[in-house]
Design a protein around this ligand. Structure first.
Ligand SMILES: Cc1ncc(COP(=O)(O)O)c(C=O)c1O
Length: 373
């Protein structure tokens, strides 16, 4: 784990993006609901940063300041993770370019590449997160997803970024699973971070959000312009709710990671569960790289229960494991990914640990496995 200087994670989350204290004003200003704003009759939009709600919203800017502080770059938020990823790809790629995508990452990104990028004339290559990676000569953009959802393989970002940069390619890292407290891709050599904020970043299963962060002004401009013309912005209330939720990220992740470790160890010790993956387990294939480049381990793990019927019996018996997709929320949930069309085995389960007490969760998962037979 890398050393942290300055304020630590909990302090950074609590204070991220908050304005300077003003007597009589709240810590986090409430949401500003506006499509148009009053304009100065003479100076017009030049007089204020707020002219029209699609490009300009002060609640959104505070959230962007917060996420940017955590990712150590400049941030633009989007209406969802998919809006951020597709916006990034379309803002940076043009016909004739080549993009390299993970073959084992979030599967709608692969569908978008095949259904939209390829017919546009963008050449799409795929590589598994754990490698091997092809020759990167002629590649414009490498998108990495680490840990990958749902298989939780990990890639050595500094090594891949060095190879990509030597070949003249840009590198973007999907930081959804890790969150900016779990790893800082911009410090690891990536040019861009892209992520869904729907998951652990905001963590209450009540909103959709995405973001792109970078330290490169031209890349930020390209992404900002793309968002302004396409309009994939989150509303003011969601932006405010996300900012409020961000303050507890450190606390939530601490419990989620502790729970994931306990559940992973429980599952790994059971003969009736196979393929347990959690990058924090010392004998996991991802551990050697993850333990060096990640600052903390995710609350998500995966395993195989053999078939769809056994997964259903497990979910039905569990009292603390909700049958639900998505991950990173306060409540423990589990998802049989094949039911959504993901390229996974019929009994493959992604389990997202919530913030319940570890002892209760371990007891519930144990009882549900016994009941599932
Ligand atoms: C790794 C990853 N990236 C992107 C997304 C898309 O995010 P959203 O659902 O917010 O559009 C997801 C959603 O599950 C994801 O897991």
């Amino acid at each position: 784990m890398s050393a942290v200087t300055g304020p630590h994670d909990g302090t950074r989350c609590v204070h991220a993006g908050l304005p300077e204290p003003v007597p009589g004003q709240p810590f986090l200003p409430g949401p500003v609901f506006a499509a148009p704003y009053h304009l100065d009759p003479w100076a017009g939009p030049a007089a204020s940063p707020n002219g029209y709600g699609r490009p300009d919203n002060p609640t959104r800017r505070l959230l962007e300041a917060a996420v940017g502080e955590l990712e150590t770059g400049d941030c633009r938020v989007f209406a969802s993770g998919q809006a951020a990823i597709t916006g990034l790809l379309l803002a940076l790629l043009k016909p004739g370019d080549t993009v390299l995508l993970p073959s084992d990452g979030y599967f709608p990104v692969r569908a978008f590449a095949t259904e939209t990028l390829d017919p546009m004339g963008v050449r799409v290559l795929f590589a598994p997160t754990g490698g091997p990676y092809p020759d990167l000569d002629g590649v414009r953009l490498v998108l990495l997803e680490t840990p990958a959802n749902p298989g939780l393989d990990v890639v050595d970002v500094p090594a891949l970024a060095a190879r990509a940069h030597a070949a003249g390619a840009l590198v973007a890292v999907d930081n959804t699973t890790a969150t900016p407290l779990g790893q800082r891709p911009l410090d690891l050599g990536a040019d861009l971070v892209v992520a869904s904020g729907t998951k652990a970043l905001t963590g209450h299963s009540d909103l959709l959000l995405g973001y792109v962060a970078t330290r490169t002004p031209e890349l930020l401009d390209a992404v900002t312009n793309w968002r302004t013309v396409t309009g994939a912005v989150p509303g003011a209330f969601d932006a405010w709710l996300a900012h409020r939720s961000l303050a507890t990220l450190d606390l939530r992740l601490a419990r989620q990671t502790a729970n994931a470790e306990a559940v992973a160890r429980l599952l790994a010790g059971r003969p009736d569960v196979t393929g347990v993956r959690w990058p924090g387990l010392p004998d996991d294939p991802a551990y050697p790289v993850a333990s060096v480049q990640m600052r903390r381990m995710p609350g998500v793990l995966s395993f195989d229960l053999g078939d769809a019927g056994r997964v259903a019996r497990f979910l039905d018996a569990a009292r603390l494991v909700a049958a639900a997709t998505s991950f990173g929320g306060l409540h423990t949930s589990a998802d049989r990914r094949a039911q959504w069309g993901d390229d996974t085995a019929p009994g493959f389960v992604r389990l997202s640990c919530g913030v319940e007490d570890t002892v209760d969760l371990v007891a519930d998962v144990t009882a549900a496995l016994e009941a599932a037979g």
